[in-house]
Ligand binder design. Structure first.
Ligand SMILES: C[S@@+](CC[C@H](N)C(=O)[O-])C[C@H]1O[C@@H](n2cnc3c(N)ncnc32)[C@H](O)[C@@H]1O
Length: 710
């Protein structure tokens, strides 16, 4: 496709041949999606003028007990109020607010099997609920985004297909000079109107100037939204109805940034006459509602999906989203009963409570009050707890109140928040070095972090994840020592245990960990070796074993505070919660069967509870030994600290011993591996990793045929 100059004096965009009615309409999007909004065209402002006027008034001022106004030209429907059998207990039940949810409703009804409704409460705003019982793994909705945008960072990104480009390695659009991956890029996102406005930035004249690319990067999102609003009344109505937290943001640093750089940039650099209110609103809409997505080619971008953006947040979610073939897919990760909210995680599973709270209050303007946030131990995972330097044996647990002291369960010492923050910051600094680290470096950093923060902290867990990644994803497994492969097996099992507490269900993280576990195990089995199993055998002390430090180890399973106790309790809770779920049958399989699959790896509940590292009996026996070790070990540990080993000598030796011990391959090993790969394949069905999983699955079949003689 050739880039041509237009008569009017501004360039014709590469994508002109797609025509106006195709704008923002991803090729694979079904006809009945939001993209049909393009039928309602408003005239496009002429670009011959020095200033283009985009002047929308934002009428969505959030108000107490007042539902944000929605477009009027749709028949109003009644908002359903939340029923009290859900985590949203404070929902009003008496009052009846009326709201036109129709633009959103319109989207929900386009689906053959409508599974979601929209509800509203003053505290939570609008949110999606399941309109019938849903089983884990079910797809709840698919939606083509209204807009797709580059990710907010300074790297050049193809304006049309959003491919991330190497710094000097891109061609400039013949019109505006903006980055494109190829003159014939098949993407559909860089449109004529945008192209002619961006020309004023001067990228054609100075294409590789960092400052200009950064400017482009911050302006492109709001600009695309403003152009869409100008072009389509329906889109405008919908966008104005989305939450932006404009009023709150105006009082914050982000408000000043938008005023100065975005409003200023749109006006002075692109020559647009824009209403400040509208600009603040669209920026807020993007920050509040757009999802960061992994695009099909693997690059990151932002997608604004109207219906999916109605999902509220929980740090203990029951749903997750994927982006595949130009659509957002929302999938239940756990069973969801009719009327219950569909909740996704706006943050990361492996972040501690303070990190999650900072993100949510800064970018999403709310404080999460979920079960995990309310529990200082984070559901027994101790992801935020740090190593107590005083007694060296136990963990400092965060205070229930934000101002209180962190308390050690073992020696009772109290430490203030600032001290802990310094420790965490020191640890988090080391994490950045882990991104591209090789196995040796990643192992060293992990040991260093354990030494600073203890074994359970989220920074340490992220380091474990990075080491696992370095072993399984960044290396040729055939070239690795069996030691490293066994390490990968232990790390993935440890992280799987953690997800059972803080992210139960059929989640991407579980799928990824199962994949990594199975890859490492398959390579080992191919060598005629096996890793010491998590259940049945003992896990090395520095992994699951040591996450329950001595103090906590002394607690029995029954009191529910040890890791096993939590896991057991969780399983029991799931069991009783699922009692009702038994009635629902999917593919002839009971939910119980599914649950076993979730908990997975083909083992019985009994095995799981008892098998997470050691039997109860061993624990009781171990108690005495540990006490003894504790007394005698103080001196040793001091010495070890100086040496900076970060784990007890015995622990290290036990780990090495466990890793190098020959474990005979049994049919159970093979069966478990088959189950893991099968589960992983079903979890990652929308993930870009799927081809790798399918390849692994074939290799496991061959291995199974060999070992099971089938
Ligand atoms: C993507 S929107 C979700 C839809 C939104 N509730 C609405 O009415 O438009 C994100 C916003 O929803 C609200 N929200 C989401 N999860 C919440 C939660 N767990 N508690 C309180 N507010 C929440 C916050 O205002 C947040 O900025």
């Amino acid at each position: 496709m050739e880039v041509q100059q237009q008569d009017r004096g501004h360039s014709k965009c590469l994508l002109d041949s797609f025509g106006q009615t195709q704008k923002y309409n991803p090729p694979s999007a079904p006809q009945h999606t939001l993209c049909t909004l393009q039928h309602h065209h408003a005239p496009i402002a002429t670009q011959n003028h020095t200033h283009t006027t985009i002047d929308h008034h934002v009428s969505t001022t959030p108000h107490h007990n007042h539902i944000p106004s929605m477009p009027q030209h749709y028949p109003p429907t009644t908002v359903q109020h939340h029923t009290p059998n859900t985590p949203y207990h404070d929902t009003p039940t008496a009052s009846h607010h009326h709201i036109s949810t129709t633009p959103l409703h319109h989207i929900t009804t386009i689906h053959d099997h409508q599974k979601v409704d929209i509800k509203w409460t003053p505290q939570y705003g609008r949110y999606l609920v399941a309109s019938r019982d849903i089983s884990a793994g079910e797809v709840l909705l698919r939606e083509a985004p209204l807009l797709v945008l580059p990710k907010l960072d300074s790297n050049p990104t193809c304006l049309s297909c959003l491919k991330r480009l190497k710094h000097e390695d891109w061609c400039g659009c013949g019109g505006c000079g903006g980055p494109l991956c190829h003159p014939h890029c098949p993407g559909t996102n860089h449109m004529a109107e945008e192209c002619s406005l961006l020309r004023r930035l001067g990228l054609r004249e100075a294409p590789h100037i960092d400052a200009l690319l950064k400017e482009l990067n911050i302006l492109i999102g709001p600009l695309r939204l403003l152009l869409l609003m100008q072009e389509s009344l329906s889109a405008k109505d919908i966008l104005l109805s989305l939450e932006s937290h404009k009023e709150k943001r105006l009082k914050m640093a982000i408000g000043n940034f938008i005023q100065e750089h975005i409003l200023g940039g749109l006006r002075s650099r692109l020559g647009l006459e824009v209403n400040p209110d509208t600009v603040h609103h669209v920026c807020g809409v993007l920050d509040t509602n757009a999802f960061e997505v992994s695009l099909d080619q693997g690059d990151r971008g932002r997608a604004l999906c109207v219906l999916a953006s109605m999902m509220n947040h929980s740090c203990l979610p029951n749903a997750q989203r994927w982006y595949s073939e130009g659509q957002i897919i929302v999938q239940a990760s756990r069973d969801i009963a009719e009327g219950c909210p569909i909740l996704i995680n706006y943050t990361q599973t492996l972040w501690g409570t303070q990190a999650r709270a900072t993100h949510l209050s800064t970018f999403k303007m709310f404080l999460c009050k979920c079960e995990r946030c309310a529990d200082p131990t984070e559901l027994g995972s101790h992801l935020s707890s740090v190593r107590c330097r005083e007694c060296d044996d136990d963990l400092l647990v965060p205070p229930a109140e934000s101002r209180g002291h962190w308390k050690c369960h073992g020696c009772g010492v109290g430490v203030d928040n600032d001290t802990v923050e310094i420790m965490v910051r020191a640890g988090a600094g080391a994490l950045s070095k882990l991104r591209e680290a090789d196995i040796t470096t990643a192992s060293l950093i992990l040991e260093h972090l354990k030494n600073i923060l203890g074994h359970s902290h989220y920074v340490v867990m992220q380091a474990k994840q990075a080491l696992l990644h370095a072993i399984v994803m960044n290396s040729k497994l055939q070239d690795l020592a069996s030691e490293d492969l066994k390490k990968a097996v232990y790390l993935s099992q440890d992280l799987l245990d953690l997800t059972f507490l803080v992210e139960p269900g059929l989640t991407r993280l579980r799928g990824l960990l199962l994949y990594q576990l199975a890859e490492a195990h398959t390579e080992l089995l191919g060598r005629g070796e096996s890793a010491e199993e998590h259940k049945g055998g003992k896990t090395p002390k520095d992994d699951v074993g040591s996450r329950k430090s001595e103090g906590r180890m002394e607690k029995s399973l029954e009191d529910g505070t040890s890791l096993e106790g939590k896991v057991k309790k969780k399983q029991e809770e799931e069991e009783s919660r699922k009692g009702k779920g038994e009635r629902s049958q999917v593919d002839g399989k009971s939910l119980k069967g599914k649950r076993e699959n979730i908990r997975g790896e083909g083992e019985s509940k009994e095995e799981k509870i008892k098998g997470e590292g050691e039997s109860k009996e061993e624990k009781i026996k171990g108690k005495g030994e540990r006490k003894e070790e504790k007394i005698k070990g103080k001196g040793e540990r001091k010495e070890e600290k100086i040496k900076g080993e970060g784990e007890s000598k015995e622990g290290g030796e036990r780990r090495k011993e466990a890793q190098s011990r020959d474990v005979p391959i049994s049919p159970q090993h093979i069966q478990r591996l088959l189950n893991q790969v099968k589960e992983c394949e079903s979890i990652l069905q929308f993930d870009r990793l799927l081809p790798n999983v399918q390849d692994l699955s074939s290799r496991v079949q061959v291995l199974a045929a060999h070992h099971l003689h089938v």
